[in-house]
Design a protein. Sequence first.
Length: 290
Amino acid sequence: MTRALPITGATRLAAVIGDPARHSLSPAIHNAAFDALGLDSVFLAFDVPRGQAPAALEAVRTFGLVGLSVTMPHKADVAAAVDELDDTASALEAVNCVVPVGGRLIGTNTDGEGFVRGLQHDAGIDPGGRRCVVLGAGGAARAIVLALARTGAESVTIVNRTAASAEVAAQLGAPVARVGVPADIARADLVVNATSVGMGAGAGDLPCDPDLFGPDQIVVDIIYNPFETALLRSARKRGALAFNGLSMLVFQAAVAFERWTDHPAPVPAMLTAVQDQLAAEPSVDLAAEP
Ligand code: NAP
């Protein structure tokens, strides 16, 4: 993509930090958004070693950044170092987006809202009143559990390999969330795979027994590389509507963009940019995303 505006002394900077961050898709997504709206900002990725997040936050202040995305392993460190956390980041104890407001740095977490908006975009539904099962209890799963509970899901059942983490996730979604077992999948309206099973080199792996899926179910695998996981294929074969994690990725960025700029995010341009980038670099390292 070519930038429409020249870079001048007035051009502002937004960025993502991670370790690593160099394979991040965020620059493609956010630069497309700035360009689509004619905003004079650029977005870069910075590899910041573990432990250096507070120094990166100082740079946000010094350089007057428009906004900062945060990816692994800095999300908890940034949560501890910003001036203020919103309700979501405070509950999750993890920040993936820093919003500078009047000299203060506000930490938020856009993954859960990104998931819900992605679901509306792909499947045309809201989680409200639905029985949901979330596979996994890591950072992404916790953000999704919280968002599903907040948007009025009838129930949110967490199925995870490690019981203690599932309990932590269930507490976040109280009172509608609880720890469940794989058989709960068969009774769900919406099933979300938020484990890393099926990602990258483990592309053929399944996080659950696919025979638990059936018609009338919506299945979202938040992985997007590969574009179509074994889970999505098996769910479709059994009649479910199935979607990958591309929309969650784009909408978590869209929410961040809107917080930084006060402009509605140009989602079609952002989606096209990430699709083009994935097509050009199919082996991109997904662990590097916010
Ligand atoms: P994480 O915090 O490391 O959590 C990983 C989860 O996967 C844990 O629940 C873990 O279970 C489970 N898991 C890992 N290996 C497993 C195995 N062999 N069998 C069963 N369960 C296993 O990672 P995360 O940040 O939440 O990310 C999870 C996935 O979501 C990744 O694939 C990531 O790329 C994707 N993601 C996508 C988006 C998006 O925008 N689409 C955003 C964030 C993350 P235990 O608790 O038992 O270890």
